[in-house]
Structure formats: C-alpha cells, structure tokens
Ligand binder design. Structure first.
Ligand code: ZN
Length: 228
C-alpha cells in the first residue's frame, strides 16, 4: 500500500450499483472513500489509491489540521481562534479573552461537554437571527433544528422547518447571519432565482463575501472537533 504523507484513513466501500472503481475525499468525515462495485475489485481499488497518491497528497497537504475538543486546544469559534479551557464545575460555557471556558465535573467528559456547549450556543444564535429575518420579512418558520449536517449548512423544508449545522457557530457572526437570512428567504422563494437573492441581499447586504467564506472554509469547519 502507498504511504500517504498525511495520515488519513482510506475506506473501501462495496456498492453493487457503482459502474467503476472511484475515489474521493470526504471532507465531512475526513477520510478518503474508494467505491468498488464488487469485492473482487479490491486489488484494482488499491492500485487506484497508489496511482492517485500524489493527487491525494497534494489535496491533503492543504487539509486543515484537526481541532480536537481538548483543554488548551485551539478551535474556530465565531470566525476566530479560541483556546478551550476546562473549569471544574457546572453551568454554561462562557467566553473570556479569546478563551472558551467549558465547565464540567471531570476532564473525561470535556470533549462531549464542549460539543454540547457549541450546539447550545449555535441553537441560541441561529434562533435569534432566523427570528429577526422572519419578522422583517413577515414570515414564520414552524420549527428550527440544529444538527451535524454533512452536505448542507442549512436547509428549509416545504413545511417551513429550518435545519442548520451547529458548525455555523464557528463562522464569523455575519456569515451565520447570512445563512439564516438565506434559509428564511426560502420560506418565501423556494428557489435561487433573482427574487430570492434580492430578499437575501435586502437583509444582509451583498451576500457574495459570505458565500465565498463558506466555500473557502468548509474543510476548516469540519476539522472542528475532529480527533487528532
Ligand atoms: Zn438555498
């Protein structure tokens, strides 16, 4: 097997409906996925990984380093680098001088506590901003949920349900606000036509820099909380 300069797991997936052996990098799961139609294509799949080794190395060398939830670890939070700090105790996580202090009774639960704290902060922020845009546009959403979505940062269902990634709490506040305005505008315009963009831009100004930030930083967002 080729040794990749950067240690990233390679996962082989058998998918009978696949027409050929193919390979891609999964930014959300932070792994290389090789799809093969049949188990007996394994050797060909391994050859493909070897043939593509330099391509993979090139792509993975730009891969952001994992930002695990450990005391003293640096994570992306509200678009800036924050140092995680452990405080023995209970209560809500709080910010102080570019530090995010996460109280928890023992160090073993720090990672889980930090994740939950970020989800809570994300839900509070997203709800406030979505409500602001909904009020301004004179619409209502039926529910708002926050998860670890893999393919979309936000979505809006036909039933008026808004769904967001908790990772948006890691983006600059104006980018989080843009994603909220975007999904709320879908309550009125269920498309990406000129009327839709007029609604969004009417709420947040020019949305292009925010779209660009999301595109340029998506791999960094997925690195938040990834294991070292
Ligand atoms: Zn959209």
């Amino acid at each position: 097997m080729p040794t990749l300069r950067i240690n990233v797991p390679v996962r082989y997936v058998i998918r009978p409906r696949a027409r050929r052996v193919s390979l891609r990098i999964d930014a959300a799961k932070r792994e290389v996925i090789v799809v093969l139609p049949r188990a007996r294509d394994r050797k060909r799949a391994e050859d493909l990984v070897r043939d593509k080794a330099s391509w993979l190395e090139e792509h993975l060398s730009h891969w952001p380093l994992p930002m695990p939830f450990i005391p003293g670890g640096v994570i992306l939070f509200r678009g800036k680098e924050f140092v995680l700090a452990h405080e023995i105790g209970r209560g809500a996580a709080h910010e102080a001088d570019n530090r995010l202090i996460v109280p928890c009774p023992e160090a073993a639960s720090f990672s889980g506590r930090t994740r939950r704290a970020l989800i809570t902060l994300a839900r509070e922020n997203l709800t406030t901003q979505a409500q602001l845009h909904a009020d301004a546009l004179g619409v209502e959403f039926s529910a708002l949920s926050v998860r670890d979505t893999a393919s979309r940062w936000g979505s809006c269902s036909a039933a008026g349900r808004l769904n967001f990634s908790w990772r948006l709490i890691c983006t600059p506040p104006e980018v989080l606000d843009y994603v909220c305005a975007h999904e709320v505008a879908h309550l009125i315009e269920h498309n990406h036509g000129p009327r839709f963009w007029a609604l969004v831009d009417g709420r947040v100004g020019d949305s292009k820099p925010h779209k660009r930030w999301m595109r340029d930083n998506s791999a960094r967002l997925f690195a938040v909380g990834a294991e070292a």
